[in-house]
Ligand binder design. Structure first.
Ligand code: FEO
Ligand code: CA
Ligand code: CA
Length: 642
């Protein structure tokens, strides 16, 4: 095939995920830690309480760990290739062993008492109290009042009440990555500042209390419900906080988070939201024709006319005008990892600069024997890198001392070598190369991508989500979604070009160390033409029993739509659990603690076109499709994914 044509075809396919160039948390560790502690205590439980407790644990996800060692990890009937290919893509398809419901579609009020959704007619003020669009990374947090705060304190009288509540109500933190103007505004470009504000308020994060009532998950009025969007006050912490590169001549306070794609969690119960393609929202009116991109701006792809999405915020909101001298450096305030406390509606989101500035995608963690915590993070762009952040001290000691483990630590970037080995290259002034380029860590961190270039990191095929297998010394998986432009292979990115992506599995010698072993787990193109067919892996999770949840974003082969698949980590068998609709992306993974309920997202169904799909509404050809969460349960009440 003519190579140029081939590249164009592949580019067109990849452009199916137009922006796009999303996390997962693997487990709600704080809860699990408590659960484990409770399990250790159960031997001392007596009489009817003991039997009630045993019944509870038998009904929890924990018991299946033992089963998994002797049987297949998946026994559900998959959505077959034939059924999937026969569909018209207007409604999702689901394994016959599962049930689903939809939840929190874009535009619904975040509390039942809030402003009602009106198709393309809500005001920006209303949108600021409604679910955003572009549902992506998310996590389900049991309410603190439903958790046993101190596992050493016996909880007897309301034991059952507490445990069962955590599986039937909680706080959903959910990212709203993006929504094009056509979908959000019903027009191709904003025509006023009000239009821009509607768009800005549709971006960001929602914290929404959801409860299972009468067998249906619903939103409820809550002291914790809130929207965090592009105009919400935020703070900076870590080495770059207060740096001149984060100050503007206008002196405006730091506001907002945008293009929140993948997510992470922390063992101390907070939510991490990842800022990805923030460059798209900036452009330049350039009336004086003086704006040209700096090398750093160029490295992030800033352009006078913006990039994808035609957002044109800069035409109406000077903060996003790269050529406005009052707002020099405003763009440096984006591209960070942002920490949110879901249990405190007054908590100001914190941009953790020690974790680097790039197109963040995911932050899966594991703790080493030395107590230091490591977060693995992708930078999703063609030829960009895989990063790791490690806390300076054991994270629990830091928390006890009132220091965030996310503020004091070391950032590394990965170099993959032949033979399945790799090393983490330190991004600090300890490296003479970097000491020669940057005068302080703040400057280095704002310039993370350029610093990683300078130390010789391995250019990857778009690192998307990361997922770790265990809370201590876990193995990590990372999705490499695709790379149509790769012309030269390296050990970890062997396909030229890489139209459909692959997944790498790696294990640090110790999470706080600098060497690791790696292997290629799956190559998507190898599945084409089979029941296991998938392309463009993006969202990723590893559940308690080790199953790998793979979500896709891009043109699927064999007549498929984007999908959720479950893979056995040992046999590499793959089963299709859910397939989405025309034009969408499947992303975001969360669970209730007992693993009886999973949540995933259908992002940009039909790209807003009602002739493509009306999901989650019934097919009628006219209703604007809306991003939404899909709740998945097994019909037999079993562990999700099994
Ligand atoms: Fe927003 Fe890289 O996915
Ligand atoms: Ca993607
Ligand atoms: Ca993604």
């Amino acid at each position: 095939m003519n190579k140029a044509v081939d590249k164009d075809v592949i580019d067109a396919l990849i452009d199916d995920d137009a922006e796009n160039i999303g996390s997962n948390p693997t487990e709600n560790r704080p809860f699990h830690d408590i659960l484990r502690a409770e399990m250790e205590r159960r031997d001392v439980l007596k009489g009817s309480l003991a039997s009630a407790a045993t019944g509870f644990f038998a009904a929890s996800g924990i018991s299946s760990t033992a089963q998994a060692q002797t049987s297949s990890l998946m026994n559900f009937t998959p959505v077959s290739l034939a059924d999937a290919a026969a569909g018209d893509g207007t409604q999702p398809l689901l394994s016959p062993d599962y049930d689903m419901q939809t939840l929190i579609p874009w535009g619904d009020p975040i509390e039942p008492s809030g402003p009602a959704y009106r198709e393309h007619a809500n005001t920006s003020r209303e949108q600021a109290n409604q679910v955003g669009i572009g549902h992506d990374g998310m996590w389900f947090f049991p309410l603190a009042e439903d958790l046993v705060a101190d596992p050493s304190v016996p909880v007897i009288n309301d034991f059952l009440q507490r445990w069962f509540n955590v599986n039937t109500r909680g706080l959903m933190c959910i990212n709203h990555e993006f929504g094009n103007n056509f979908q959000v505004l019903g027009k191709e470009a904003p025509e006023s500042l009000e239009d821009v504000r509607i768009s800005q308020h549709a971006h960001g994060v929602s914290v929404i209390q959801i409860e299972l009532m009468d067998g249906v998950w619903q939103t409820v009025d809550s002291q914790f419900a809130r929207r965090i969007h592009v105009n919400t006050p935020v703070e900076f912490s870590g080495p770059a906080a207060g740096h001149p590169l984060l100050q503007t001549p206008a002196g405006n306070i730091p506001l907002g988070t945008v293009n929140n794609c993948g997510n992470g969690t922390t063992p101390w119960g907070t939510y991490l939201t990842c800022e990805e393609n923030f460059n798209a929202y900036f452009g330049a009116t350039n009336t004086e024709s003086t704006w040209v991109a700096t090398p750093l701006q160029e490295r992030f792809g800033f352009a006078e006319g913006g990039t994808f999405g035609n957002y044109q915020w800069w035409m109406w909101d000077k903060r996003f005008d790269l050529s406005d001298p009052d707002y020099t450096n405003e763009e440096n305030r984006f591209g960070w990892m942002v920490e949110i406390d879901p249990q405190d509606a007054n908590h100001v989101p914190v941009k953790r600069t020690a974790m680097g500035r790039f197109k963040h995608e995911g932050a899966a963690w594991t703790v080493g024997d030395d107590g230091r915590i490591a977060f693995y993070m992708g930078d999703d762009e063609r030829f960009d890198y895989l990063y790791k952040y490690v806390s300076a001290e054991p994270y629990q000691q830091m928390l006890a001392a009132g220091v965030s483990p996310l503020d004091d630590g070391t950032l590394y970037v990965a170099r993959f070598s032949e033979g399945g080995v790799g090393e983490w290259l330190e991004l600090s002034l300890n490296n003479p190369t970097l000491a020669g380029l940057y005068s302080d860590m703040g400057e280095l961190l704002v310039n993370t991508r350029l610093a990683a270039d300078a130390v010789g990191a391995t250019p990857m095929d778009r690192p998307e989500w990361t997922a770790t297998t265990a809370a201590t010394n876990g193995t990590c998986y990372v999705t490499l979604t695709n790379n149509s432009r790769r012309e030269e292979a390296n050990a970890a990115n062997p396909l030229v070009p890489n139209a459909d992506g692959h997944i790498i599995r790696f294990t640090d010698d110790t999470p706080s160390g600098t060497t690791f072993d790696w292997e290629i787990f799956l190559i998507a193109q190898d599945t084409h033409g089979t029941e296991e067919s998938f392309s463009d892996p993006d969202g990723l999770g590893v559940d308690f029993e080790g199953r790998v949840w793979i979500e896709t974003d891009g043109g699927q082969k064999d007549g498929l739509q984007d999908q959720l698949l479950i893979a056995d980590p040992n046999t590499k068998e793959i089963r299709r659990l859910f397939m989405g609709v025309n034009g969408d992306e499947i992303t975001g993974i969360a669970y209730t603690p007992n693993r009886r309920t999973a949540f995933i997202n259908v992002q940009h169904p039909g790209n807003g076109d009602p002739t493509a799909t009306n999901f989650p509404a019934p097919t009628d050809g006219v209703t604007v499709p809306r991003d939404c969460t899909v709740v998945l349960t097994r019909k037999d009440g079993g562990v999700v994914g099994s």
